[in-house]
Design a protein around this ligand. Structure first.
Ligand SMILES: C[S@@+](CC[C@H](N)C(=O)[O-])C[C@H]1O[C@@H](n2cnc3c(N)ncnc32)[C@H](O)[C@@H]1O
Length: 490
């Protein structure tokens, strides 16, 4: 699809004009490695980008891969050793991510590492509780894309059911409070819930995850009673708007707070108080570095046109979603603006951050232990199964088909996001039984030789050619892999 960066006209955001040079530096893409004639400043940036990946790979001990710029599609990942089929290539930790808002109805996970928390009973009770609320207010029974997807290339998850739970309220409550124990649930023990001491809305699997979340993002986004009322109310408005329109704004806000808090930390570490605006900006560049590496385009220019929008309405559609992002940004600014980090609050940077999450195929998925639990019950020898099912069958009945919805969200993984797409990939993202948190796990689909590019498929590669290309339009490119070349109609 043709996209123009100028369709939506001049930016309505003053910061875009005031900080134009700084914004250009924040959004500058690294030049390809093959470019020999580089300005000195670019050489420095290139070196620091290389160092970033080298350091990251070393610190995480991912010595099986390298990030390079050899291919035709910007940077990519290549094998630094031979892999056999089924080998683990990479387990990549989330840099910034969030569970979809509607998925919070389905399951409760740690807000930092996305592990399921509480207990199997708690997870079941939580879901039945929301199911009964949905049924009492007569919500639709289908999984659906609803208002929270405006301009998004993916559907938010979320289940609301018409079918009312046949279980009495006290049963649901006793599951949530832990007053009842289901048979064999001790085989599926989950970490105890640690609530944020501020808002109590964010929940964690441990104090260490709570502390890390606070340090990295949540101290600026917590809307608990300790937060000053104007800021708290601004945060509520921002979250409400994101939940009603597109919850990608919540992840974008986390990317901004991640950078602001890194900036503050660097400033403390470097004893940088009262330095010039230039030196503060160089520190902001350093704080932004992990996110600067992500592939980015302006969201409203690159998001694929939804099927229900006519091509003749393309300009107004793109204008509309830019306005939506601007409204969201204004609400976020009201809540957490910091003059020293002002360029981060420009519409240009906000649009690119949102575009980064939309263009990088960065689904966050964690399988539900509730599924394993019911499978375990089903696999019991007949006598034990019969006994156990006296307790579990009514629950399974009330939960209906979607009895174990996975945690579902959006995240930026620093290394997986460097992997290019192929419709005949040599690797895939695949969670093994032991992978019970938000890490991205990449497994070799066949033998991969040292030096070969590692590719994954961003879509279902078994779809017909036309459908594959249509889906890849969401990522802003046309695939020309060997399979596409073979199958391309003349
Ligand atoms: C997840 S990033 C992959 C890393 C990216 N090459 C970079 O430089 O950061 C996804 C973007 O890479 C590019 N890309 C990935 N696979 C591609 C392919 N097979 N053909 C063309 N472009 C591709 C597209 O621009 C896509 O939006």
């Amino acid at each position: 699809m043709a996209r123009s960066g100028r369709r939506s006209g001049a930016s309505p955001c003053d910061l875009d004009r005031e900080f134009a040079p700084q914004i250009a530096q924040l959004l500058a893409a690294p030049p390809p490695q093959s470019a020999q004639v580089l300005l000195a400043v670019w050489q420095l940036q290139l070196i620091s980008r290389w160092e970033y990946y080298e350091e990251l790979i070393q610190s995480k001990k991912h010595d099986g891969i390298r990030v390079n710029y050899k291919g035709n599609h910007g940077k990519g990942v290549c094998a630094n050793k031979d892999f056999a089929e089924g080998d683990l290539i990479l387990k990549d930790q989330i840099l910034v991510g969030a569970q979809h808002s509607l998925n919070k109805i389905d399951c409760v996970v740690c807000s930092y590492c996305f592990r399921f928390i509480g207990s199997v009973e708690f997870q079941i009770g939580h879901r039945l509780y929301f199911q009964s609320i949905a049924s009492s207010i007569g919500c639709s029974s289908e999984r659906h894309c609803h208002g929270s997807d405006v301009g998004s290339s993916t559907c938010s998850s979320g289940v609301t059911k018409e079918k009312s739970s046949t279980l009495p309220e006290e049963v649901i409550e006793s599951l949530i409070t832990g007053d009842v124990s289901l048979p064999f649930s001790d085989h599926f023990a989950l970490p105890e819930i640690v609530a944020c001491q501020g808002c109590e809305e964010e929940r964690y699997c441990s104090q260490s995850c709570a502390d890390s979340d606070w340090e990295s993002y949540h101290s600026l986004l917590c809307a608990g009673p300790n937060t000053e009322p104007p800021r708290r109310s601004a945060l509520h408005k921002f979250v409400e708007h994101a939940n009603e329109t597109n919850d990608i704004f919540l992840v974008a806000a986390k990317a901004i707070t991640f950078t602001m808090l890194r900036y503050k930390k660097l400033k403390r570490q470097n004893d940088f108080q009262n330095k010039s605006a230039e030196s503060n900006f160089s520190l902001l560049m350093e704080a932004w570095k992990p996110l600067s590496m992500g592939f980015k385009k302006r969201w409203w220019d690159y998001v694929a046109l939804p099927e229900d929008v006519d091509a003749s309405d393309e300009d107004s559609f793109r204008q509309e979603i830019r306005d939506l992002a601007f409204t969201s940004l204004k609400l976020l600014k009201d809540a957490i603006f910091d003059a020293e980090c002002a360029p981060l609050f420009s519409l240009e940077v906000y649009g690119h951050i949102i575009g980064m999450f939309e263009l990088n195929n960065l689904d966050l998925v964690v399988a539900s232990p509730v599924e394993d639990y019911f499978i375990h019950i089903d696999d019991l020898p007949d006598d034990k199964k019969e006994e156990a099912e006296k307790a579990t069958a009514p629950l399974l009945d009330a939960l209906d088909d979607d009895y174990a919805v996975p945690c579902d969200g959006t995240a930026f993984f620093p290394l997986q996001s460097c992997m290019n797409h192929s419709c005949c990939p040599n690797a895939k993202a695949f969670k093994r039984d032991e992978d019970n948190d938000g890490h991205a796990v990449i497994i070799a689909l066949g033998p991969i030789s040292k030096g070969e590019e590692i590719t994954i498929s961003y879509i279902d590669e078994d779809l017909p050619y036309e459908e594959r290309q249509a889906e890849l339009a969401d990522y802003g490119f046309t695939c020309t892999c060997s399979k596409c070349q073979e199958e391309k109609p003349n």
